[in-house]
Design a protein around this ligand. Structure first.
Ligand SMILES: [Zn+2]
Length: 275
C-alpha cells in the first residue's frame, strides 16, 4: 500500500499537469469507490478548477475552485490504486475504475486492481478528515505532543503507529524502519518508554519519511514503480539477511496480526539497548 512518502511523490509528480486545470467530465466504473455517491462526486467536481494539489495523511487532496463554497476532492489509493495518464506511452491501462477529463484534453485514469480505492467529494474538509491524526512532518508533531499521545495509551508500538488517528500516513514499511532506527522493539508498550526513547522515535519517524520522499518512496510491483528507497531499507522485507548495523539476521514476527521485521539484537524486547 502506498504510504506517506509514495503519496507525497505522486502528488508532486502530478501537480504540474493537474493544478489550474478544470475538470470537464468524471466517469466511474466502480460505484462503491465514490463517496457520497458517483452522482454527488460528478455534480461536485465537474466544472470546477483544481487549485492546490496536496497531501493529508495518505489522501491526495485537490482544492476545488469555482463553487459557492470551499470544496475538496480526496482520493485514497488504498491497496492497489494508481494514477495513469490515458496517453502514457507503453502503458497497458488495466483495471480502470474511474477517469477524470480535463479542459486541456488530457484524461487522468484511476486504475485499481483490488478496488479498495476511494474517491470522496466533500464541502466539509474538517469533518472528512477529523479521524486523522497529526502529520508527522508537520509543525504540530512536537516531542511534547507525541509524548502525551504515547503515554495516554498502553498499546504496543507497532499497532499504535499504524493507527491513522494517532500519527497519520505511516504504514507497515516505515513503521518497521522507524522502530529499527530508534532501536525499539515493536511490541514495546507505549506507556513504558522513556522521554529519551520517545524523542528518538519521533526523530526516527521524521528522518525515515524525509529520506523516503527524497528517494521517491519504495517500489512494490506494478502498483508503485519508480521509487528508489528499497535498497536503503534496513529491516522491512529483509528477513534472514544480515542487519546492516550488527550483522545479526533480520527476523520476521507477527505483532497485532501484522508482518513485522526486526533486528533482534538492535531492537531487544526489554527496551534496553545492547551494544
Ligand atoms: Zn542489528
Amino acid at each position: 500500500m502506498p504510504e506517506l512518502p509514495e503519496v507525497e511523490t505522486i502528488v508532486r509528480s502530478y501537480r504540474p499537469r493537474l493544478e489550474g486545470r478544470r475538470i470537464t467530465r468524471f466517469v466511474s466504473r466502480w460505484a462503491k469507490q465514490a463517496e457520497p455517491s458517483v452522482a454527488a462526486v460528478r455534480r461536485g467536481i465537474v466544472g470546477k478548477r483544481i487549485g492546490r494539489l496536496w497531501r493529508r495523511a495518505k489522501f491526495i487532496v485537490a482544492n476545488l475552485e469555482g463553487g459557492r463554497r470551499p470544496a475538496h476532492l480526496l482520493i485514497h489509493l488504498r491497496m492497489s490504486g494508481r494514477f495513469e495518464w490515458a496517453d502514457d506511452r507503453g502503458r497497458e491501462h488495466r483495471h480502470i475504475r474511474a477517469f477524470f477529463e480535463l479542459d486541456d484534453g488530457n484524461r487522468l485514469l484511476l486504475c485499481d486492481a483490488r478496488k479498495f480505492g476511494k474517491i470522496i467529494y466533500t464541502t466539509d474538509f474538517e469533518a472528512a478528515t477529523r479521524h486523522l491524526g497529526v502529520e508527522p512532518l508537520g509543525r504540530s508533531f512536537t516531542a511534547a505532543a507525541f509524548e502525551k499521545r504515547l503515554r495516554g495509551r498502553a498499546r504496543q508500538l507497532k499497532p499504535l503507529l499504524l493507527d491513522q488517528s494517532i500519527v497519520a500516513g505511516l504504514g507497515n514499511i516505515y513503521v518497521d524502519e522507524a522502530l529499527f532506527l530508534a532501536r525499539l522493539h515493536p511490541a514495546t508498550r507505549s506507556d513504558q518508554l522513556t522521554t529519551e526513547q520517545i524523542r528518538a522515535l519521533r526523530t526516527a519517524i521524521r528522518t525515515i519519511l524525509r529520506q523516503a520522499i527524497r528517494r521517491r518512496g519504495t517500489s512494490f510491483d506494478a502498483v508503485y514503480p519508480g521509487g528508489g528507497m528499497k535498497r536503503y531499507l534496513k529491516v522491512y522485507g529483509r528477513t534472514g539477511l544480515p542487519c546492516k548495523r550488527c550483522q545479526t539476521p533480520i527476523e520476521a514476527l507477527r505483532i497485532a496480526q501484522r508482518g513485522t521485521h526486526i533486528c533482534p539484537k538492535c531492537q531487544p524486547t526489554n527496551g534496553k539497548q545492547r551494544t
